[in-house]
Design a protein around this ligand. Structure first.
Ligand SMILES: [Zn+2]
Length: 120
């Protein structure tokens, strides 16, 4: 394991992340609230939000995006490349990102082990 600086913030973000995730299907507004806190903590510290986590938060309202719960997911194919498009059900904002395979998509959705990382 690599050494983590700003450990308190790291744990706080992990904690907020879990709450945001848990709240997604119960209360999207609260989920968005905690999503905003994650971004807030990241801005105050040297920590940055892991790209995988950023992808799971709506870029507009910061609600935790869960397929078929708080977001609608479409996979668009263009030639050989695939794009995953997520639309937030709370505020309607869309975001898309490249996906090599469906399997890759599931990996970061279901197993986001590393929530934050340190900027050097
Ligand atoms: Zn949203």
């Amino acid at each position: 394991m690599r050494k983590v600086q700003g450990n308190d913030s790291f744990q706080r973000m992990n904690y907020l992340y879990q709450i945001s995730k848990d709240m997604a299907d119960k209360n999207p507004i609260l989920s968005a609230y905690y999503g905003n806190l994650i971004i807030g903590v990241a801005k105050k510290t040297v920590l940055k939000v892991h790209p995988d986590i950023k992808r799971q938060l709506c870029k507009k309202c910061r609600c935790f995006l869960v397929h078929n719960v708080t977001a609608n997911m479409k996979i668009k194919k263009k030639n050989k490349s695939k794009t995953v498009e997520l639309q937030c059900s709370t505020c309607g904002a869309k975001r898309s990102f490249p996906a090599k395979t469906d399997k890759d998509y599931r990996v970061w959705v279901e197993k986001p082990d590393a929530v934050v990382e340190v900027i050097h």
